[in-house]
Ligand binder design. Sequence first.
Ligand code: SF4
Length: 207
Amino acid sequence: MYSIKEIYKTIQGEGAQSGQSAVFVRFSGCNLWSGKEKHRDDAVCKFCDTDFVGTDGVNGGKYSIETLITKIQELWDSEEEAYVVFTGGEPMLQLDQKLISACKKVNFITAIETNGTIKIDFDIDWICVSPKAGSELLVNKGNELKVVYPQDEFDLKSFETLNFDHFFLQPMDSEDKINNTENAIKFCLKNPKWKLSIQQHKILGID
Ligand code: SF4
């Protein structure tokens, strides 16, 4: 059984697939933070803006492969191939070959948003890695690398040797958001391999 915080259909707001309709499957749990505020200062990843604790979100719960596929189909509600984003928390703590194979059997297009600390040894159609300072990056190829900015220890130029099609810089959504955005824009202007990723869903006020 998979522990899932929430499942919902929305428009992808970030990165190279911005604007794409998708069913988001948010797995519970992360390996870089417990998700509890009392642990944030001691966590590897301190800037998380996502609630991934438990299974109490919209359509959250414990799912088998079959019940999860059915729920995704129900929410997708279209004749076209479903586009499914597995996210979290850290989806690689639970996502496995069996679930991906079942998705492919029903012609889902599969995508993952991962922190890149757990190797992916099965075939996902779209891999988005968002590395976190202080953790070891084990997924060094994929479709897009999306770096939340700034993270002090990162030498952004060193990421450019990795095997990704797109390199995105996404301003951190913190008290310093305006500064972070200005600095991210400056970096992208100087380093055109990098594109700016804005969290459009927050601007639009959608989940
Ligand atoms: S790795 Fe991602 S899900 Fe985990 S705490 Fe950091 S931002 Fe949140």
